[in-house]
Design a protein around this ligand. Structure first.
Ligand SMILES: *Cc1c(COP(=O)(O)O)cnc(C)c1O
Length: 428
């Protein structure tokens, strides 16, 4: 099936999956198998040489997992991609072919709390470094890039504040520096924004969130535009130079699939951050209704944000879709269908009132997750962003007086009624 002319909701249901060739099964089967029988010794040799594409062992590729990767690639307008075991795994898998000891990534300071921790501590064990900058200050982004920088990294709609990043401006800076822009598109999803259309090279997802949609799977996806010229400089030897762990193959020679094949043949083979077929199946089913769900998420979020903004018990609402938001104009350009369903609310009474609000809500669940069909709430300063210093919390949009809410697809009057009674209890 050629996908290029099909609309988003059609691709969400069909892309990456034809009826099963062996059985005709209409839904993508869960290929719960670790290995695949070779036709003969020559077939096996050709697969191991990457002369023929096929299934060898499920740490590298699996038909159910491949259907998921190909579906997300189609939705993002990408050349190819891989699915992996979590959103955090996706971030490592995106950086791995680009980085080496002594290399750095220039990253937005407004990120998912776990990503700030992964980037500021754990990647140092590989000899990698992240330099954090406020991506609203484009001169600072440009100034942070040095000869060892191998990528720019940001989120489309930054967790937890719901801030919208100017992807076009970030891509222009990345182009001038000859490095790829990596965008974490978890909170926007390709229904609200396709970062590749704004100049991004790599897009990463935590499939744990909206893609699956109902809090059942931990997974991640990396997709590649296929447009970056890895051989234009000597910065990306893993892709542009012969690979000794692959009998001298040069991945850049594979054209638009260079990054994807490297991610399978080296990344998944040797790092092993593989997604399981059952998880991939749930995520594929989730994606079938992604457009329908996002439409409701965004509609509810706007109504709730407007209601909260007028409430006397509230200090601030960061929803970029509000007419009062400083990000309103940018949101109309980057996420024209809506500014997502995740934002923070400043509660009068600070830290203690936030904790009380979280404990008083009945419909909202108090969980460290987002992008569920259910409305969710968390107090970042005492949970997800707890490991950060207070100034890092403030820079990340997770100050002590803020709660983060992820608006679900329930009836909006029920969401508002719950917030109303919770705020009364919190500010009594
Ligand atoms: C949840 C999340 C991650 C991490 O994903 P996991 O699947 O939990 O590993 C990364 N980025 C964003 C924006 C997220 O919301």
């Amino acid at each position: 099936m050629s996908d290029s002319h099909l609309g988003f909701d059609t691709l969400a249901v069909h892309a990456g999956a034809d009826p099963d060739p062996a059985t005709g099964a209409r839904q993508v089967p869960i290929y719960q198998t670790t290995s695949y029988v070779f036709r003969d010794a020559d077939h096996a040799a050709r697969l191991f040489n990457l002369e023929e594409v096929g299934f060898i062992y499920s740490r590298l590729t699996n038909p159910t997992v491949a259907a998921l990767a190909n579906r997300v690639a189609a939705l993002e307008g990408a050349a190819g991609g891989i699915a992996c075991s979590s959103g955090h795994a996706a971030q490592i898998m995106a950086l791995f072919p680009l980085m080496g000891p002594g290399c750095n990534v220039v990253s937005s300071s407004r990120l998912y709390g776990g990503t700030i921790t992964q980037f500021s501590h754990t990647i140092r064990r590989f000899g990698w470094e992240a330099k954090f900058v406020d991506t609203d200050d484009l001169d600072a982004v440009e100034a942070a890039i040095d000869e060892n920088t191998r990528a720019l990294f940001c989120e489309t709609i930054a967790n937890p504040g719901g801030y919208v990043t100017d992807l076009d401006a970030m891509a222009a800076i990345a182009d001038r520096a000859g490095i790829p822009l990596i965008v974490d598109n978890t909170t926007a999803t390709p229904w609200l924004c396709r970062p590749i259309d704004h100049g991004a090279t790599l897009v990463v997802h935590s499939a744990t969130k909206y893609l699956t949609g109902n809090g059942t799977v931990t997974g991640g996806v990396v997709v590649d535009s296929g447009k970056f010229d890895w051989s234009a400089s000597d910065k990306f030897p893993s892709l542009s130079q012969p690979e000794p762990a692959y009998h001298g193959l040069t991945f850049a020679g594979l054209g638009p699939m260079a990054f994807t094949f490297h991610s399978i043949a080296i990344g998944l083979r040797d790092l092993g951050m593989t997604m399981n077929p059952q998880g991939a199946h749930y995520t594929l089913m989730g994606i079938e209704t992604l457009g329908l769900r996002m439409e409701r998420h965004v509609k509810n979020a706007r109504v709730v944000a407007e209601w909260l903004e007028k409430d006397a018990r509230i200090d601030s609402v960061t929803y970029a879709g509000l007419p009062s938001s400083p990000y309103r104009e940018r949101a109309e350009r980057i996420v024209p269908k809506g500014a997502g369903a995740l934002f923070t609310v400043g509660v009068k009474g600070g830290y203690d009132a936030c904790v009380k609000l979280v404990e008083s809500l009945k419909l909202f669940s108090h969980v460290a997750n987002l992008g569920d069909t259910r409305s969710l709430i968390i107090h970042p300063a005492s949970t997800t962003h707890r490991q950060l210093e207070e100034d890092q919390q403030v820079k990340a949009g997770a100050a002590p007086n803020l709660v983060r809410i992820s608006i679900g697809i329930e009836d909006v009057q029920d969401i508002i009624a719950d917030l109303d009674q919770g705020l009364s209890a919190a500010t009594a």
